[in-house]
Design a protein around this ligand. Structure first.
Ligand code: ADP
Ligand code: GLC
Length: 533
């Protein structure tokens, strides 16, 4: 019997995506399937997900989840055909945004919404007729963080893995809500008294629940796994992670090489490959036109494509650009992103001040992201911290050379170009820099521009970057080895149930969920699964 793995996540491209998490989940699922694993994804049935998924059929009805009753639908991913289980709770998930309203405010009932996802995962792990029971439940980020805890509370035998994609987002909520979502009082007590507690600086933390209760924890690069146990990168969670250090490891993300492939990409002006990059010129022309830049084939064209936030050092970029533009008269920037309003405006002001040299598109546009990677010469990717980063992997595959911060997955995936050192252009794929001041960015970009002026060095860099193996094969083997350890260690008929009565709380919960569910505290070990006709 093949290993059965259930991936639990709030996003999976193309059903739902706000960033790299969605790309990772669907690409990794396809890689697991290719490796012979019986894999499914469990995620919310957002309206767009229902529209894009194929062969959708109802399989079960679940009663008494933290947010009320649900329908479980089975479908397939449109590209890969991987099985996806969609948790339909329209009062929680049929909304415009995944986590926030159109004004950018977090939905007030995110705890109830994602506790419901985690509770549904634990039910599937306990057994739902017509759905294979997983050997491994692999939960991703805070949205799925309660999964390992609910599995324990329900006495499920399957093993749990929790992957941290970004420790900056922790899903923290008032502690008083814990009882309502079925967390026993002793697991809400000050953390010092019980290391299984999910209390975190006076709040309930879904991220901490995943960290403390999973059988294994992974992060999306090895360097980030080392960084997050330090105060600088730990976002307050470093102590918790240190205490759980024995189960923590890093496995770097791969990318979906069939989607991000300049030889077959339907989004770009002309295909090209490592042995014939002529098509990249046409892609550059198209990008210059789309971003209102001067049509200059020899101008160094720098792309920025990311969330416009402090994590991505967008504030530093805004400060660094004017001087760079003065200093290098032909330098151009194409900027695609959205994020903090102030940073979006600052980028637009730069475009207005430097017509023909800075082009900005605010918004989220998948097609444009492909054009950007294909048409640019350089990707500027500053990050104060970067768990893995996928953008630099896409850029390298398109022969666009990254200039990036020496942190996390950026440092693990980019080989720095240092022409006078032993690591010369034989293996370099980009430029790494330390620091988060505008002169750090300017200096690094200066190094890249010097190499750009030397065609032979530049072509060597492009060849190395385009030939880098960024596929999922090696990392999938690492995950499989980790799963194998867990499955081998699983006692027959394990009963790890924490037998406690859930606490109760009457603090504000989603009014709609309360109406649907009544005033009963959620009980992770109870609840029905009713088969649909
Ligand atoms: P993060 O998840 O931290 O934002 P990653 O590099 O892992 O960073 O993933 C970002 C993903 O989101 C990539 O697929 C990137 O192309 C995409 N992306 C980011 N901003 C935009 C945008 N404005 N339009 C289209 N795609 C975007
Ligand atoms: C997060 C991280 C990013 C990573 C992605 C996928 O969004 O910020 O670095 O690449 O998850 O794992």
């Amino acid at each position: 019997m093949p290993l059965n793995v259930l991936l639990v996540a709030s996003e999976a491209f193309p059903l739902a995506k706000t960033g790299g998490l969605g790309d990772m989940v669907s690409a990794y699922a396809a890689a697991l399937r290719d490796a012979g694993v019986d894999v499914s994804i469990l995620m919310p049935a957002y309206p767009a997900a229902l529209e894009r998924a194929i062969d959708v059929v109802p399989v079960a009805r679940m009663t008494g989840l933290p947010g009320g009753d649900a329908r479980l639908l089975r479908a397939r991913m449109p590209d890969s055909g991987v099985t996806v289980l969609l948790l339909q709770m329209d009062h929680l998930f049929a909304r415009e945004g995944l986590y926030r309203d159109p004004q950018g405010r977090d939905y007030l009932d995110n705890l109830t919404r994602f506790a419901s996802l985690a509770a549904a995962a634990a039910r599937v792990a306990r057994g739902v007729r017509n759905v294979k029971r997983p050997d491994i439940v692999h939960a991703h980020d805070w949205h799925a963080g309660l999964t390992p805890l609910y599995m324990r509370l329900a006495g499920v035998g399957a093993k749990s893995v929790f992957t941290i994609h970004n420790l900056a987002f922790q899903g923290n909520h008032p502690l008083a809500m814990g009882g309502w979502i079925g967390v026993p009082p002793e697991l809400l007590a000050p953390a010092l008294s019980d290391e299984r507690s999910i209390e975190f600086y006076g709040l309930l933390s879904m991220m901490k629940a995943g960290i403390v209760h999973a059988d294994r924890i992974t992060t999306v690069s090895q360097r980030y796994a080392r960084e997050i146990v330090t105060p600088h990168f730990g976002h307050g969670m470093e102590g918790v992670l240190l205490a759980q250090g024995a189960k923590l490891s890093g496995i770097v993300n791969g990318i979906e090489t069939s989607v991000w492939n300049p030889a077959t990409d339907a989004h770009i002006a002309r295909p090209y490959c490592v042995d014939d990059t002529a098509g990249k010129q046409a892609c550059k022309r198209e990008l210059q036109q789309a971003f209102g830049l001067v049509r200059d084939p020899f101008a160094p064209l720098v792309a920025i494509g990311s969330r416009l936030t402090e994590q991505k050092m967008a504030d530093v970029v805004v400060r660094a650009l004017p001087e760079l533009l003065e200093h290098y008269p032909r330098l151009q920037f194409a900027i695609l992103g959205q994020g903090e309003r102030g940073l979006e405006h600052a980028m637009q002001e730069l475009a207005a001040a430097w017509p023909g040299r800075v082009g900005v598109q605010i918004g989220y546009d998948e097609h444009c992201a492909h054009m950007l990677h294909a048409g640019a010469d350089i990707l500027l990717h500053g990050s104060r911290f970067e768990p893995c980063g996928l953008t630099q992997l896409y850029a390298m595959r398109y022969g666009t050379i990254p200039v990036a911060s020496r942190v996390g997955g950026l440092a693990d995936t980019i080989v720095d170009y240092a022409p006078h050192e032993s690591r010369d252009e034989d293996c370099a794929t980009g430029f790494l820099f330390d620091g988060d001041q505008s002169h750090d960015v300017a200096q690094a970009l200066g190094r890249a521009l010097a190499a750009f002026m030397q065609p032979s060095s530049w072509h060597a860099l492009q060849r190395n970057a385009m030939s880098r193996d960024s596929g999922w094969k090696a990392s999938t083997s690492n995950y499989l080895a980790l799963y194998a350890e867990l499955v081998d260690a699983r006692p027959a008929l394990a009963d790890t149930r924490v037998r406690k009565t859930p606490g109760r709380s009457r603090t504000a919960v989603s009014a709609e969920a309360q109406r649907v569910r009544g005033d009963e505290a959620f009980n992770p070990g109870a609840g029905e699964i009713v088969l649909t006709a």
